[in-house]
Design a protein around this ligand. Sequence first.
Ligand code: TXA
Ligand code: MG
Length: 327
Amino acid sequence: MPEIIAANHSTDALNRAIARLRAGELVAIPTETVYGLAADATNGEAVAKIFATKQRPSFNPLICHVDGVVMAQEYGKFGTVAERLANTFWPGPLTLVVPLRADSGIHDLVTAGLGSVGLRCPRGFSRQVISAFGRPLAAPSANRSGRISPTTAQHVAEEFSGEDLLILDAGACEAGLESTIVKIDGNRLYLLRPGVITAEEIAEVAGMPVELPPADGKVQAPGMMKSHYAPDAQVMLDCEACPDGAAWLGFGNRVKPENAATGLNLSETSNLVEAAANLYAYLKQLDESGASLICVSPVPQEELGIAINDRLRRAAAPRASKSGEAV
Ligand code: TXA
Ligand code: MG
């Protein structure tokens, strides 16, 4: 059974988390984006437990969470652009994929044997945990592979109800969507995953354009699978109406159709920040209502809406077959 303990300002929580991490165990940590399932990034056995617990394919690398630029530079090579981005946006929801340092000590399982490493400095209690631990924590979102990411400690407990897992509870996540991932490749910047920090904000600070990865697939986040963030129910996008008995996920002034069985609104005032924070919790709630279809009204493709639509498209994508290739 997972154990949930209150995280904020608690030395008891800190000490218990550190003891578990030192012992090579997993700890679920709150971040400003989503809850993470963390392990010592230098301990291969501990990292293997993340893959086993999440049922995550091992070719999909993990983000290393650091407490700041100094720790990050021990593990990844930072040029001036990477440094500027880190200094501007950290702590915060930006992951930088940079070349891995030789003998970094980061276990190969974390980087999936790639020559690069994804680094990010989270806001909040998890940063304190990393500082006290003194080493990076490898942490994917704390959900089973392919499923909805957790934005509360209770979501994590439900997802891993059979596991002996310590969960640090710092309440609902502020942003509710995973970090933006940018890869720094020579003198180019690629957007591997849209997120809370927009490509425009990044380009402005970097003083160079943020490009979409080339179509040949050579530059990408291996984890950006077509079907992801998926509830049990089917998801249909850009709906103005819905079939009888479906669940309804509205945005702005799109009210719930009368024939919908149940409905929620991501943000009645069309506030994209509020919509992002509600997205995963509402998808989960509608899924748990038992409806077999969730109809989602359109979300504008601008600012944070780009990241929200990215997640919704993956939630709506055809699922992998049971024996299937992707998870
Ligand atoms: O907000 C977040 O980023 C959350 C919190 C917990 O920090 N973490 C998160 O991790 O979303 P995860 O594992 O669900 O997604 C990490 C993504 C995957 O798509 C993975 O392929 C990509 O980051 N990634 C990690 N290291 C990479 C690398 N070296 N090169 C390319 N992509 C990488
Ligand atoms: Mg994830």
